[in-house]
Design a protein around this ligand. Structure first.
Ligand code: PMT
Length: 396
């Protein structure tokens, strides 16, 4: 869920700084990229080297070192999220008042991303009206506060002031990203995989789609809090169950159409990633077709075009995203499908490109709308799914 998220962790002067070592490990385990900055007071509790080792990056404490300037602006712009944990009373007071006398405060003031404060201090400091006032001010600026918890403190006193446990901070971060997605609570209809068009009880016409692309989009949409109806052709995918996921197994194009049509009315967003057979055998033999001495001619008839039919009844508040798998005149063909099938966005992948299209764990796509074409590098299908959903979020 947090894969690829860029986190700046700011550690300030409190004995709870030792817990932030675990926080770094947990965030990295979740797939985050973590950069640590510290106040000089924090370095009295835990060494810079420990954080540098765990995060595998330089830890900044000073603005200047060895004639180089630590660029707090760049760090603030790089991050998807800044976490100040532990946030001491001193840092909270300074941040609430725009004071900028260290690397942590300069990064906080220049960051464009959301900021979470996880306070840690002695109980009387936490209860002091000025601390309460500062936390209210920080909240009013749009910051998030993970309240300190109750328990035994470093002073041996018992009260509220303990920094929240790292595991719970990670849970907070996860739900923060889910809730902040525009896909949160949206209904998605996703078609995926191949269709099988029966010839007789044992044979079919199919294609090489593994369903991996559609499944990658499904997983990412679930991560972002969407409710997904996945209409899935025959695949050998390992599907993990999820509370917000309903799977509708189908075999033929006609079955995929019927299942999709039922679900389409309630779908805010429909994504047609399936490789649907355009034709099916006119007659399906009831018994296995026997071999004889002559050639065998197969008459094919047209299948329903699911995306085209649903495109005709698309409502103004619905978004349709199609795929185009091309072998020639790729952009022209994809743009033709964008218009004909009433898509808002089409994902072009090429059957000629190495590592792209059917079966691979990677794909290389262009996203084409009426306004722009964006070209992406070869990436894992999980990463491609993120690019697609990011663009869909922009459309919303
Ligand atoms: O499943 P993988 O192995 O991971 O491979 C992924 C993929 C290559 C199947 C996927 O990335 C992809 O390109 N899917 C669409 C393949 C395709 O059938 O493209 P098309 O250009 O023929 O169809 C255009 C669009 O119309 C597609 O959105 C398709 O789902 C839809 N369509 C097509 C025919 C039809 N009868 N009904 C449809 O809904």
């Amino acid at each position: 869920m947090l894969t690829g998220k860029k986190i700046v962790l700011a550690v300030t002067g409190s004995i709870a700084a030792y817990k932030s070592l675990l926080l770094v490990r947990l965030l990295i385990k979740e797939g985050c990229e973590v950069r640590v900055i510290m106040t000089s007071s924090a370095t009295n509790f835990v060494s810079q080297l420990s954080f540098a080792t765990l995060s595998n990056h330089t830890v900044y404490v000073d603005f200047f070192k060895d004639n180089t300037w630590a660029n707090h602006v760049e760090l603030g712009l790089w991050a998807d999220l800044m976490i100040i944990a532990p946030a001491s009373a001193n840092t909270i007071a300074k941040a609430a008042n725009g004071v900028c006398d260290n690397m942590v405060l300069a990064t906080y003031l220049s960051s464009k991303c959301p900021v979470i404060f996880a306070p840690a201090m002695d109980l009387d400091m936490y209860l002091h009206p000025s601390t309460k006032h500062n936390l209210i001010n920080l909240k009013s600026y749009g910051n998030h506060i993970i309240e300190a918890t109750y328990g035994e403190l470093a002073s041996r006193l018992v009260g509220q002031g303990r920094m929240e446990e790292p595991e719970n901070i990670v849970d907070y971060v996860k739900s923060f990203f889910v809730n902040s997605s525009k896909l949160y609570g949206k209904n998605l209809l996703i078609t995926a995989g191949p269709t099988y068009e029966a010839l007789d009880p044992v044979r079919f016409i199919g294609n090489h789609s593994s369903g991996k692309m559609g499944w990658a989009i499904t997983k990412e949409a679930l991560n972002r809090g969407a409710l997904v109806n996945l209409v899935l052709g025959p695949t050998s995918l390992m599907i993990n169950p999820h509370a917000n996921l309903s799977i509708h197994h189908v075999s033929s194009a006609q079955q995929m159409y019927e299942a999709s049509k039922k679900l389409h009315d309630h779908a805010d967003i429909s994504i047609f990633s399936a490789a649907v057979a355009d034709y099916r055998p006119k007659d399906v033999a009831e018994q296995k077709i026997k071999k004889n001495d002559s050639n065998f001619a197969l008459e094919l008839i047209k299948n329903v075009d699911i995306a085209y039919e649903l495109g005709k009844i698309k409502k103004a508040n619905q978004v349709h995203v199609g795929f185009a798998l091309e072998t020639e005149n790729e952009e022209i063909n994809a743009k033709g499908k964008l218009a004909k099938k009433n898509f808002d966005l089409i994902v072009l992948n090429s059957a000629n490109e190495k590592g792209a299209g059917f079966k691979h764990d990677t794909n290389k796509i262009k996203l084409i709308s009426n306004k722009a074409i964006t070209t992406y590098e070869l990436k894992s299908k999980d990463e491609v799914a993120k690019d697609i959903l990011d663009q869909i979020e922009e459309l919303l």
